[in-house]
Design a protein around this ligand. Structure first.
Ligand code: SIN
Length: 270
């Protein structure tokens, strides 16, 4: 899609095991794959996800009643807030953060509702050597209370059924600020504006200043691609090497997606 990140795949079928083998290779290279025109039933979505890895059930999202390992990502036409509209990395708050997520577009607005992605490998590479040295060895804390439970937006989403009202947060977890990507070995920045709460061992003022500087750097369009969805498309992304953000620009229309998350592993410092 861009020089930094992402590939569009046309003419593939994720129900075909030979295609799946090629998709896995492309995934390691591009981090974001938009596999067009799949129109998957929930069982087919699950079968494809299981070919990638073990399914991780997100405790905060509302599950699909018939298939509880599929999470619903929904904004109704009279709702204002959308799930995932702040730049983030899914599950960075877990001890073993998810490998990736696979999102299937069921119902889209006539225009808008794209998903933007940013490459944390490209963002790391573009840092100066001095900055890379300054952040070497740092670790950061990640948590969920402020996102899924405590904030006014979370309370509203829980009341509206867009988030699971019964899910409670686990204790915050600590990860290296620069990780070695488990598949490619590339160094990737591993902090994000939604779930990272602070840098370990720093005051709040110091931590906010450093994190905000890193976030400004990572938000540059040079590291990004943008998926313009059509109904039936499937997009999978690697959570260890990317951020993403749901673009909430389609008020008055319904957008309905199914998401499956794949389990990952503990992350090592680069
Ligand atoms: C998500 O953050 O997982 C949802 C992304 C989207 O709805 O585009």
């Amino acid at each position: 899609m861009t020089t930094a990140i992402g590939a569009d795949i046309y003419g593939a079928d994720v129900r075909n095991s030979e295609h799946v083998a090629q998709i896995k290779q492309a995934f390691a290279e591009h981090s974001v794959l938009s596999i067009r025109n799949q129109h998957l039933e929930p069982d087919e979505h699950i079968a494809f996800a299981e070919a990638i890895g073990k399914i991780n059930i997100n405790r905060f999202f509302t599950p699909l009643e018939s298939h509880p390992n599929i999470a619903i990502v929904l904004k109704e036409k009279d709702q204002k807030g959308a799930i995932g509209e702040v730049w983030h990395t899914d599950h960075s708050y877990d001890v073993e953060p998810a490998l990736g997520s696979i999102l299937s577009a069921k119902e889209m607005p006539p225009v808008g509702g794209d998903t933007a992605f940013s490459s944390m490998a490209a963002a790391y590479d573009a840092l100066s050597d001095k900055f890379k040295q300054a952040i070497e060895g740092l670790e950061a804390w990640h948590g969920t209370y402020h996102v899924f439970v405590g904030s006014p937006e979370a309370q509203k989403a829980r009341a509206e059924g867009r988030l699971n009202a019964n899910a409670m947060p686990e204790p915050d977890v600590k990860h290296p600020l620069v990780i070695k990507h488990p598949l490619s070995g590339r160094p990737c920045l591993y902090v994000n504006p939604q779930f990272t709460t602070r840098i370990d061992g720093m005051s709040k003022t110091e931590s906010d200043a450093l994190l905000n500087g890193i976030y400004e750097h990572c938000k540059q369009p040079e590291f990004q691609c943008r998926v313009r969805w059509r109904e039936g498309d499937l997009t999978m992304w690697d959570n260890r090497s990317t951020w993403h953000k749901a673009i909430n620009d389609y008020h008055g229309y319904r957008r309905y997606m199914h998401r499956i998350t794949i389990e990952g592993c503990a992350l090592e410092a680069a």
